[in-house]
Design a protein around this ligand. Sequence first.
Ligand SMILES: *Cc1c(COP(=O)(O)O)cnc(C)c1O
Length: 415
Amino acid sequence: MLNLKKTDPEIADLLEKEKQRQIQGLELIASENLVSKAVLEVMGSIFTNKYAEGYPGKRYYGGCEFYDVAEDLARERMKKLFGAEHANVQPHSGTQANMAIYFATMECGKDRMMSMSLSQGGHLSHGSPVSFSGKMYQVTQYGVDLETEMLDYGIVEELAKKVRPRLIVCGASAYPRRIDFKAFQEIADGVGAQCMADIAHIAGLCATGVHETSVGVVDFTTTTTHKTLRGPRGGAILCDKEYAQMVDKAVFPGMQGGPLMHTIAAKAVCLKEALQPSFTEYNRQIVKNAQKIADVLLDAGLRLVSGGTDNHLLLIDLSDRGITGLEAEIALGRAGITVNKNTIPRETRSPFVTSGLRIGTPAITTRGMKEAEMEQIGALIAQVLRDIHDEAVIRKVKDEVVALASRFPIYPELA
Ligand SMILES: *Cc1c(COP(=O)(O)O)cnc(C)c1O
């Protein structure tokens, strides 16, 4: 980074500090991951220098011949990985991918959609009143059954019959259990709606059969590429051929201008990585690791939302502990364990405070950690949560975290 150090020492300094934070800490944020050096190289390449509005073979700018091949590689690999008929790899983010499907299927200011509420596991872009999606459409939201803390498809169906939405959205950011995509599509079919599955969090699990896939099951699948898919920050859409044209038009020119071609090339690279057998093993290990941490936390007397996990994340319910999600997040952060506060189904506090913590294993699994390390990490979390004001414990845990992290370097040659 010699040029950066010369041009902008302030940013260079921040980059160095962030590098140390990533190397020395444990990243347990469920939506995050660590990309390969190959992905990083393409992201930081001259592929960023060019406009390529349009699609391969139909660009609005000259000089796109190499971009066409790169985007085709990304699309073909995406289709192959998910067994999809059509892929659009241009959305700048997961939210943009969702926006494109809303634009393609609903009339702004008029049509109704149904989705999972943010406070019970859904995503902002699924119709939260503070998001464009909640301002532009009539939104009705479903939640989980408050007893089981899991989805109840009977309740979703009843609501759909009452609301008669144009689009039913499933998929979540903080739901530790399986999602029955087939059930959602059937509910949508029953009321003349279309169904969109947002698999942003579990895309890697769906691609490898660790979780049932939504592709070929629901009308539209949207995803991010930077969570369990372990690629650059971005979005993508999968659908059948019959919807290809309307989806592509909704993305460009409907919603975006020039695609981020350095990101699209990096998507191609991460998808090539995801097509290797080791990626299936990786996703299996993500779930095994989450289940191991869940077991350790349960043994330590903590309560988990829904009692456990089927996927890459778990939610700790702190409401019986007299501490908030915010306080727990800060204490763990000081011990080198990065997590995020999260609302729980029976939430009584504001989203800035919350009664829960969300914990995910994609990033630590990328570092090569397995069950033995999960035992240790679960125990460290439990120690901090036992008394978040015990400074001696926080210091001791931090030392253990640094020692553990140093045994699993993120980019060995960077250390
Ligand atoms: C992370 C996430 C997104 C949004 O991704 P961005 O790239 O941050 O816009 C969308 N939907 C769900 C369910 C997510 O978890």
